[in-house]
Design a protein around this ligand. Structure first.
Ligand code: 1CP
Length: 340
């Protein structure tokens, strides 16, 4: 077992594990070098290169988990949805009609995204220190936002309007995505992923009532289809503090939260059976070394001493972050939480 996987199971650990959302990426000079040679889509579709990008942060830092280098939109490309990254995903024909929804094929991972599964196998075979690997997918509602709007957005207005104007069609699309992501995550686990994470990056746009009606049943459908596997499931709810009562009903092992909310308050709501992941503000990595330690300690104090805390940022690391600040953060969390 690993410290990270034990923490996912709310078991006591020798220290608090840490990994960083978006830990493979543009803040790393070695990633920029790789990216200068190949475009992003080629990177995600070439197993050796996707594995290399996954392994880069694990070689540089004493991270307690790796996360597969890919994108939440990669499996949708495998389902025949045409998109480009600029750098966020741009969908050529946004989904707005029943005809488009009905025409979506199911996802057959071994056929549609074999390169992802091969990347998982390569990472598992080459991970330093046997660091466990997290496989991931977008949560259905978050994918729905990109598919209906067609591009990144602050409000995802067209997607949220669609929930009200075409609720039955919205549920059909969400259900289709839920089943596709269940198949996708299952295949990643079969290929060697030791934990599975669902990114609900835009769930926080919804009122509790709409979250309960649309987003929650869809992600619960995905989770339920995976519960026979022996892998912990992490659900990251960005800006989800107003939704936590509903999130607590999800049958997941770990809930990831952003920095706007208190870990202690969320642990109260989620209960002692779920672990919590987070939640340092990505901006805190720009503080002086002494102030970064103060900020990290505040997160640790907020998490408390009970088992089941995985240290992370509250959202993805920013591309202009100093890689040395990340090293200092990881070392500090390990040293500060070391237990005899
Ligand atoms: O030019 C480039 O290098 C492309 C930039 C990039 C990268 C490095 C994109 C486009 N995706 C990724 C990798 C990625 N995306 C990873 C693996 C890296 C790692 O974590 O180590 C992961 C886990 C994701 C997941 C992802 N993609 C999410 C969920 C996490 C989150 O940040 O909330 C979301 C919302 C996306 C969509 C997406 N893809 C790319 C961008 C720039 C975006 C965000 C667009 C937006 O703001 O709406």
């Amino acid at each position: 077992m690993s410290v990270f996987l034990d923490a996912c199971r709310v078991r006591p650990t020798a220290y608090t594990p840490i990994w960083i959302m978006r830990q493979a990426g543009r803040y790393l000079p070695e990633y920029r070098k790789l990216r200068a040679q190949v475009d992003f889509v080629k990177l995600t579709r070439t197993p050796e290169l996707a594995a290399e990008a996954t392994l880069q942060p694990l070689r540089r830092y004493e991270l307690d988990a790796g996360i597969l280098f890919s994108d939440i939109m990669t499996p949708l490309q495998g389902m025949g949805i045409e998109l480009e990254f600029e750098p966020g995903p741009i969908v050529r024909d946004p989904i707005r009609t029943d005809e488009q929804i009905d025409a979506l094929p199911p996802l057959v991972p071994e056929r549609d995204v074999p390169f992802v599964l091969e990347a998982v196998r390569l990472v598992r075979a080459n991970a330093p220190r046997m660091t466990p690997l997290i496989g991931f997918a977008g949560a259905p509602f978050t994918l729905f936002c990109y598919l209906v709007c067609g591009r990144p957005s602050k409000e995802f207005a067209a997607a949220r309007a669609f929930l009200y104007s075409h609720p039955a069609s919205a549920v059909r699309l969400l259900t289709h995505l839920a089943d596709a992501m269940a198949a996708y995550l299952r295949a990643q686990a079969h290929s060697g992923a030791q934990a599975l994470m669902l990114f609900e990056s835009w769930g926080g746009l919804l009122a509790l009532k709409e979250y309960r009606r649309f987003a929650l049943p869809a992600v619960q459908r995905t989770v339920a289809a995976l519960r026979d596997l022996e892998v912990p499931i992490i659900y990251y709810a960005n800006q989800g503090s107003a939704l936590m009562q509903a999130v607590a009903e999800l049958d997941v092992d770990v809930v990831g939260v952003d920095w706007r909310t208190s870990l202690a308050a969320n642990r109260q709501i989620l209960g002692a059976s779920k672990a919590i992941q987070g939640n340092l503000d990505p901006a805190a990595l720009f503080a002086s070394p002494a102030e970064l330690r103060v900020q990290a300690d505040a997160v640790l104090a907020d998490a408390g001493r009970a088992p089941g805390h995985i240290f992370n940022l509250g959202h993805g690391i920013w591309p202009d972050t100093d890689p040395d600040a990340v090293a200092r953060l990881i070392d500090h969390v390990h040293e500060r939480t070391a237990r005899d």
